[in-house]
Design a binder for this molecule. Structure first.
Ligand code: CO
Length: 292
């Protein structure tokens, strides 16, 4: 692990977060917001670890605007973005209420508190079940349910979702979290807490590198390998490079199983979802919230 790069990525994430927060207003085009955040990350000399996720209301995660997206910010908006430096990632998110809704505000507060309470019990010695328990009890104390099938995750260099899952409920796991780099991300909902895979969200990842007959497809595949490797990317980034003719090739690559397009994680009954997330470096019993 490269401690300096981990901390630098976290610092950039934190700076971008305070910079964008006041700019997230109702009616702001999602496409503009995503591109502002991504540009700011680059201006601060970070790499974009994955496309900015802008997920509204019942969308919990994995929506990024398409190249011609005409939707605008409203409702309960989750802003989730990642910064990488040398492949070391800071994954973080915040939720904001754009409707002056007390339900939205309470949902958001429950995940912010859950994340803080998880941080309070966090050390290399803490069991995964204990972290989940803290998150679950905090969210329930606000009268909401945890989205149980979404969870935090360990991270390795250029690997956003490495081996360890950090639960948002008490799964009774006695396994210690141990040293390493972790994203902890509680999700709360006024629904039952089940998420299903909805429509496609314009976020792709290279799944299986193999030959394709389409010559533009081959060109795009090379570009993806050179620029994103094992990290997710947005269809609009490909359109920016190759024009709108790239859309058809992206579809082919997806159908051939070379690319995978993430579905939007959606609350099954259309109930609302809030999320808070930070990245934590645990080393020798010390915990640093890198993206605070
Ligand atoms: Co995450």
């Amino acid at each position: 692990m490269n401690r300096d790069e981990i901390l630098k990525a976290g610092k950039i994430a934190s700076e971008v977060k305070s910079w964008i927060r006041p700019k997230v207003k109702k009616g702001a085009p999602l496409l503009e917001l995503a591109e502002m955040i991504e540009k700011k990350i680059r201006d601060l000399k970070g790499g974009i670890a994955f496309p900015v996720n802008l997920s509204i209301n019942e969308y919990a995660a994995h929506y990024t605007p398409s190249h011609d997206d005409d939707s605008s910010a409203h409702g309960l908006l989750k802003v989730d973005f990642g910064v990488e430096v040398g492949g070391w990632i800071a994954d973080n998110s915040f939720s904001t209420d754009l409707e002056d809704s007390s339900l939205n505000k309470r949902l958001i507060k429950s995940t912010e508190e859950a994340l803080e309470n998880a941080e309070h019990v966090l050390s290399n010695d803490t069991s995964l079940g204990k972290i989940g328990e803290k998150i679950e009890e905090t969210i329930k104390s606000h009268g909401f349910n945890v989205v149980a099938n979404l969870s935090g995750h360990s991270m390795e260099q250029y690997d956003l979702h490495a081996g360890v899952t950090v639960p948002n409920v008490n799964n009774n796991s006695q396994a210690k979290i141990g040293e390493g780099l972790y994203a902890i991300e509680p999700f709360a909902t006024d629904g039952k807490g089940l998420i299903h895979e909805g429509k496609k969200g314009n976020i792709f990842i290279l799944q299986k590198d193999k030959n394709t007959r389409d010559s533009l497809g081959r060109e795009i595949l090379e570009f993806i390998k050179d620029n994103y490797g094992s990290l997710p990317f947005a269809s609009r980034w490909i359109v920016r490079e190759f024009g709108t003719r790239a859309i058809l090739s992206l579809n082919h690559l997806e159908n051939e199983g070379i690319l995978y397009q993430y579905p939007v994680l959606t609350e099954e009954k259309g109930k609302f979802v809030a999320q808070s997330e930070n990245t934590f470096l645990i080393e020798k019993g010390k915990v640093i919230n890198t993206s605070k």
